[in-house]
Design a protein around this ligand. Sequence first.
Ligand SMILES: [Zn+2]
Length: 161
Amino acid sequence: MAEFKLNLEKGELLIGGKRSVFHCNHYNTFLQKTLIDAMGEKMTVVQISISEKINLEMLGKVTQDVDNKLEEIEEIFSNLGLGILDLSNIEQGKAIVDNSHYALNCYYKFGEQKGGSCLFANGYIQAAYQILTGERKEFVETQCVSMNPEKFENCIFEVKT
Ligand SMILES: [Zn+2]
């Protein structure tokens, strides 16, 4: 289990020795939409890249002495409150996120989305892939609950071809 250290005196949470900040899904969805509205679709790539960078550093530290890195990475994802991450097919270039309240929140706040909304998860999965395989690949969210929760029951990420 990853080391989560909470220091109430300093108001600080450390994950793998790095300071971490949690925001609710409402704050994060509006922040993501504001950045894209203001600066265009290029902000999608920027946000995925930032997520990949910070998660690569954090997951690299947290999993360095762990035997089952895949399980650890899945568990940290759920502990971060992002849903249930299934990396069982990651080496084939596929990951699935179930119960993404973030994607559902995007749908309820902004209506049916044309593409994937889970940018932080996308970057997290890219970092996970790099740690688990030693290679860097970009993933794209090919199916997202925010596109239509009646039609899609989970979010699917696949290696860009
Ligand atoms: Zn999604």
